[in-house]
Design a protein around this ligand. Structure first.
Ligand SMILES: NCc1[nH]cc(CCC(=O)O)c1CC(=O)O
Length: 306
């Protein structure tokens, strides 16, 4: 019996799904890839207007529920925080680097770009962080898959001086060489993690193997980080960044104004269980709101959280 692994049709999504397929094969399970085109791949409207949450995941989840595929491989940060009826995140494999990366020409770092340089990102969080660090730079809205975005800086018709992308996506695509600087920005909740989703009542043999691919540390960090967004009620066009330091057991969250001039930063201790981590993240979100996070940006509007 061969299982069908569904994912978005982008290079990155297919590469991620291939990794999961290969891991299943190492445990003796046969699986094939099935690309699924989503609204987020077809529509080039800025994510902050498209109603970001779930834009990439919905079509893949529908295919999973209908039995067209047996597994869905998502970038965890693109999954809506609420659970989907009948589905579960069967495993969170070992996390890639969660940081953002700057891609510029000649390896120029963020602090060395000249004032007026044009930096591309479609993420309000990344835009706020770039503006906070370098108010003299011009942030340009950007969509498209990872290679397309890199080409805006390094391609023939380059029109930007730099772009900010997830280091995880670049590394998975074998593009680590183009990175000029790994940024110390607070990252998007779940960035660098995959979520392998199945039906609650999936094949028991498949469920057993998926449990072997689980990285408990990645699951804890993902649970903590995602619950911050859940607690803020964010979709989120709101610039929300997090960092998790599992060795110290600390989750930090930052809510920024879009122009990068204001921020509220708080941290909390993480307990051992994923459910405890989720509660800690929800508590941190409540504390952020009590500290005025809702006054510096619109936390409720839908949009990108890349
Ligand atoms: N929103 C698009 C998206 N979803 C996941 C990744 C990269 C991989 C990851 O963050 O795990 C990206 C590209 C990016 O943010 O640059």
């Amino acid at each position: 019996m061969s299982f069908l692994v569904g994912t978005r049709s982008s290079d990155l999504a297919m590469t991620q799904a291939r990794q999961v397929r290969d891991a299943l094969a190492r445990h003796g399970l046969d699986a094939e890839l099935k690309p699924i085109t989503t609204r987020g791949d077809v529509d080039q409207t800025p994510l902050s207007r498209l109603g970001g949450i779930g834009v990439f995941a919905d079509a893949v989840r529908t295919a999973l529920l209908s039995g067209e595929i047996d597994l869905a491989v998502h970038s965890l940060k693109d999954l809506p925080t609420g659970s989907a009826a009948g589905l579960r995140i069967a495993c969170v494999p070992t996390r890639e680097d969660p940081h953002d990366a700057l891609v510029s020409r000649d390896g120029i770092g963020l602090d060395d770009l000249p004032d007026g340089a044009r930096v591309g990102t479609g993420s309000p969080r990344r835009a706020a962080q770039v503006r906070a660090r370098r108010p003299g730079l011009v942030v340009v809205d950007l969509r498209g898959n990872v290679p397309t975005r890199v080409a805006r800086v390094l391609g023939q018709d380059a029109d930007l001086d730099a772009v900010v992308l997830a280091n995880a996506g670049l590394r998975r695509l074998g593009l680590a060489d183009v990175v000029s600087e790994v940024l110390d920005f607070a990252w998007a909740p779940g960035q660098g993690c995959l979520a392998v989703e199945s039906k609650v009542d999936t094949d028991p043999g498949l469920a057993t193997v998926l449990a072997l691919l689980e990285d408990p540390e990645a699951r804890r960090a993902a649970a903590a980080e995602r619950s911050v967004l859940e607690g803020l009620g964010s979709g989120c066009a709101a610039p929300v960044g997090v960092t998790t330091d599992l060795s110290r057991g600390v989750l930090t969250a930052v809510v920024m104004s879009l122009d990068g001039t204001e921020r509220v930063v708080l941290e909390t201790q993480l307990p051992a269980s994923p459910e405890g981590c989720r509660k800690a993240g929800l508590g941190l979100a409540a504390d952020l709101l009590a500290a005025g996070a809702g006054a510096i940006c619109d936390l409720s509007s839908p949009g990108s959280r890349q």
